[in-house]
Design a protein around this ligand. Structure first.
Ligand code: NAP
Length: 280
């Protein structure tokens, strides 16, 4: 069986177009502030990408690129100002922060109703309770991809490889809330291959190139590859060995062009949702 490659780029373009038309109908534009501390070039690329997304969606955006030696007090003071501004509906702080800064204190400082990246523990709690809150963008993007391709998690065995706070845990919870039977795997899992072979829907976010081989995938399974790694030539790739896995799966997300673009679109969607909740 040759798997269908799930086209995240096309889906993201449709979502952003839909957001743009909804934003056009608002009296006041939604606003997003992106905060980056330090000079990490990859993070700068990320920030530029968010700006482009905002332009495409008609969302007002501001970027704050702060020096590496920014103090905790300075960063918290900026968040306090952004929390209080009516024109800013969403605040995205780029993590990881430099080591001298206290990430948890920063996450707690962001007003939960402006926490469009879903880093505040309150939003994670609402997610666990199944309440309609701002959702972490990557797992929300995966759910959107599944829906787009008519893949219903109900009653299916879902295996999640990875248990990070930003991907694995919320993803497992979202699949559980959609009535999948969920197994979460990590580096201490005794037999990863055996667990993966039981998956109707295999979601991998380990960040380990070549981790998922063809023989770890059940014939006809759906494989969602969240990871972003680099191969020997420096090209982007996921955790799955694409050709091997695609030969057995029914659907697979390519890397790049799968989960990544939809994740970005979900940030725009969260910003629109936050703006609506702010009465815009
Ligand atoms: P992370 O914090 O490093 O977590 C990786 C998780 O995978 C951990 O729970 C780890 O287990 C598990 N893991 C690592 N190697 C494993 C192995 N050999 N077998 C089983 N489990 C293993 O990473 P993350 O932030 O969740 O990101 C994961 C990947 O997704 C990265 O490649 C990242 O770049 C990518 N990502 C993509 C997007 C997107 O939009 N496409 C967004 C976010 C992240 P332990 O807990 O036991 O250490």
């Amino acid at each position: 069986m040759a798997a269908v490659a799930m086209d995240g780029t096309a889906l993201a373009a449709r979502i952003k177009e839909e957001i743009r038309s909804q934003v056009e109908a608002l009296a006041v534009k939604p606003g997003l502030a992106v905060v980056l501390v330090g000079e990490d070039p990859a993070s700068r690329v990320y920030v530029r990408g968010r700006k482009k997304d905002c332009v495409q969606c008609g969302i007002y955006s501001e970027e704050y690129i702060l020096p590496q030696d920014t103090t905790q007090g300075e960063l918290l003071a900026l968040i306090d100002v952004l929390n209080g501004r009516e024109d800013i509906d969403g605040i995205l702080v780029q993590f990881p922060l430099p080591e001298h800064l206290d990430s948890r204190a920063v996450q707690l400082a962001i007003r939960p109703d402006k926490d469009v990246d879903c880093v505040h523990p309150a939003n994670m709690g609402y997610l666990v309770l199944g309440e309609n809150s701002l959702r972490p963008c990557t797992p929300a993007g995966v759910m959107r991809l599944l829906a787009e391709y008519g893949i219903d998690p109900t009653g299916r065995n879902c295996v999640m490889v990875g248990r990070s706070n930003i991907v694995g845990k919320p993803q497992a919870m979202m699949m559980l809330l959609r009535d999948a039977t969920v197994t979460v795997c990590h580096t201490k899992t005794a037999d990863l291959a055996r667990e993966c072979r039981r998956a109707d829907i295999l979601i991998t976010a380990a960040g380990q190139r070549g981790l998922i081989t063809g023989d770890m995938v059940k014939e006809g399974a759906v494989v969602i590859d969240v990871a972003v790694n680099r191969d020997e030539e420096g090209r982007l790739c996921g955790d799955a060995i694409y050709d091997q896995v695609a030969a057995r799966a029914s659907y697979i997300t390519p890397v790049p062009g799968g989960v990544g673009p939809v994740t970005r679109a979900m940030l725009m969607e969260n910003t629109l949702l936050a703006a609506r909740r702010h009465g815009k």
